[in-house]
Design a protein around this ligand. Structure first.
Ligand SMILES: [Zn+2]
Length: 150
């Protein structure tokens, strides 16, 4: 996957592969410009079948999966998902999800409300707080979400 991404970024091109109505996009303008950083790669995958109705998008490194193509122009939304990609990459993906679920359960007990619990997970706090700052990922420190734990 890493070699695959690298090759296409090197060409600076857009790929669009149609396989049973699933579309893959790798758009150079959406790739965070950090030289030689594997953390910067991402592939946008528009697939409305993969997501449940109420979810517009989700990050699953190295993919950002979107309900529909128009979301690509929503820079704040894309930035939110990019922050999650970074969190996932630096936690080797699997630990991100373990932590995410664990913290969700703790917050659920704390707030006794599922939506409040979700919004207060440190990963989400970091993403929601900084999603409007399009340069956030360039200055973010490693494990930056830990600042949002308490
Ligand atoms: Zn989020």
């Amino acid at each position: 996957m890493i070699l695959f991404c690298k090759a296409f970024i090197a060409f600076g091109c857009e790929i669009k592969i149609s396989v049973f109505q699933f579309y893959f996009f790798l758009w150079e303008k959406h790739v965070t410009k950090i030289p030689n950083s594997y953390l910067a790669w991402m592939i946008v995958w528009v697939n409305r079948f993969l997501l449940r109705k109420k979810f517009l998008g989700m990050a699953l490194w190295p993919f950002i999966i979107l309900q529909n193509k128009s979301l690509l122009s929503d820079t704040v939304f894309i930035n939110h998902e990019k922050i999650h990609l970074r969190q996932q990459a630096e936690m080797l993906i699997v630990f991100f999800y373990v932590w995410y679920v664990f913290e969700f359960l703790l917050r659920w007990i704390q707030f006794k409300n599922r939506y409040q619990a979700y919004k207060n997970i440190s990963f989400e706090r970091e993403a929601y707080t900084n999603e409007k700052d399009l340069d956030y990922l360039k200055k973010r420190s490693f494990w930056g979400f830990t600042k949002y734990l308490f």
